[in-house]
Write a protein that binds this ligand. Structure first.
Ligand code: UD1
Ligand code: CA
Length: 455
């Protein structure tokens, strides 16, 4: 049987008090609805349809790279009406309804739900809550069969006492849905076409409603305001932190770790507090990351060490290399094995060979630096002439004295020495010493100026 997943994402989300459509608020760096789309797309042979309305343009744009199609719900007349907008795009197999603002639903739960669906059975995900206010309540017969869902606003006191609630997530066959949806009416407390009314129709049709529960209640929690968004963010981060710890990573404090993307990890990695990993990050065995570091789209080879307060983006650190504290490795940075980048050093499009040391206060941009070269404090590659970028090539085993400016394009040969304070504008050949600074002048017994008396 084919599977069509319909994701409802047309609502406004007033309680977010935001100009951004609710489903586009990020959780772990990814839009809420994107989490749902990614989970849905991972189901076997699923075609995914997203019902958009409020902020439709923005939602479409944010999902542009996803294999989904969109159905427009221009007026929000209820969840049943929303599903009806997708009905023409749905095939002849099973249909699964998900919510764009319920981001943590797990594929395993959905697979369990779908397994029982056929022409005699539909499936419904329910959750038992201590405080069920606001939710649709699951009405069961004396024998325990699910016979209806009553929305909170339509429920009487007896029904409001029911603690088993509708999560909104359900699955049925396309033919059941085509039979039931046209029958919905908006004669209820909210004047909406409730999808939940199909449950009573199923019961009347002799279709059994299989009710299942999620493994964890957080899977079915929705985001209606920013408090709930923050709570789900923490729940999600906790889950990721636990996976990493199971994989052999030491986290100084799992509550102070954030992964906004994907990380591939080796063994015996140590991550201190307040570290944020973004995009695609690879951490090989024995990597150590100090506190307050942000690492985005980077690869850290075995034994690399990132010291406190460093910022990495698009960088590759070689085996046993280290950087920081307060290092900034920008895109195109490659540190060779055992290379060392110290505090307040910024690198960009720069390759530092094995054993290179750049310990303090430097800018190394559009540069190639050969192995074992020492870059003195305050060295700057002047790579930009105001219009174009130029490269600086420094050979192996070079000694660049402190506070040197290398005006690119420029080449420094192997074994060369640059005297401190030099401004290098021309090639320095192998093993040469270049001194490019004014000579020191000394005046013995120099008398400093004295203040002229007033008046
Ligand atoms: C719905 C259920 C309720 C359940 C609850 C779980 C109905 C009638 N009620 O209530 O039983 O306990 O979810 O959270 O289904 N949406 C659209 N178009 C619309 C209306 C809604 O796309 O016309 C989307 C919303 O953006 C949202 C989702 O559907 O993502 C749920 O809508 P919402 O209005 O929040 O439903 P609830 O009142 O919470
Ligand atoms: Ca809701």
């Amino acid at each position: 049987m084919t599977l069509d997943v319909v994701i409802l994402a047309a609502g406004q989300g007033t309680r977010m008090r935001s100009r951004t459509p609710k489903v586009l608020h990020p959780l772990a760096g990814r839009a809420l609805v994107r989490h749902v789309v990614d989970t849905a797309a991972g189901l076997d042979e699923a075609s995914v349809h997203v019902v958009v309305g409020h902020g439709a343009g923005a939602v479409r744009t944010s999902l542009a790279e996803c294999p989904v199609d969109f159905c427009e719900q221009t007026e929000q007349k209820g969840t049943g009406h929303a599903v009806a907008q997708a009905l023409p795009s749905v095939g002849e197999g099973k249909v699964l309804v998900l919510y764009g603002d319920v981001p943590l639903i797990q594929a395993k739960t959905l697979e369990g739900l779908l397994a029982g669906v056929d022409e005699q059975h539909m499936a419904l995900l329910t959750v038992t809550l201590d405080d069920p206010a606001g939710y649709g309540r699951i009405v069961r017969s004396d024998k325990g069969a699910v016979t209806a869902i009553v929305e909170h606003k339509d429920a009487d006191a007896g029904q409001r006492a029911i603690r088993e609630c509708n999560t909104g997530i359900m699955a049925m066959t396309a033919s059941q849905l085509r039979r039931w949806l046209p029958e919905l009416s908006a004669e209820n407390a909210q004047g909406e076409y409730y999808l939940t009314d199909v449950i009573a129709m199923a019961a009347a049709d002799g279709v059994e409603v299989l009710a299942a529960q999620p493994t964890s209640p957080v899977e079915v929690e929705g985001v209606n305001d920013r408090r709930q968004l923050a709570a789900l963010e923490r729940a999600y981060q906790r889950r990721q932190a636990e996976h990493l710890m199971s994989a052999g990573v030491t986290l100084a404090d799992p509550a102070r770790f954030d992964l906004r993307g994907e990380v591939t990890v080796g063994r015996d990695i140590q991550i201190d507090v307040n570290v944020i990993l973004e995009g695609h990050v690879t951490l090989e065995d024995d990597v150590v990351i100090g506190p307050n570091c942000v690492i985005r789209d980077s690869v850290l080879r075995r034994g690399a060490v990132v010291k406190a307060n460093s910022h990495l983006e698009g960088a590759e650190m070689g085996e046993e290399s280290d950087c920081g504290p307060f290092a900034r490795l920008r895109p195109g940075t490659r540190l060779g094995q055992k290379a060392h980048v110290g505090n307040f050093v910024e690198t960009k499009n720069a390759t530092l060979g094995e054993g290179v040391k750049a310990g303090h206060l430097s800018y190394l941009g559009d540069a190639e630096i050969g192995r074992d070269t020492n870059v003195g404090a305050g060295t700057i590659t002047c790579n930009y002439d105001g219009a174009n970028k130029h490269r600086t090539r420094i050979g192996e085993n070079v000694f660049v004295g402190s506070n040197s400016a290398l005006v690119a394009p420029v080449t420094v040969g192997n074994g060369a020495t640059i005297a401190a304070g030099s401004t290098i504008t021309r090639e320095v050949a192998d093993d040469e010493l270049a001194i490019a600074r004014s000579r020191q002048v000394t005046k013995p017994g120099w008398q400093r100026p004295v203040k002229t008396p007033k008046g």
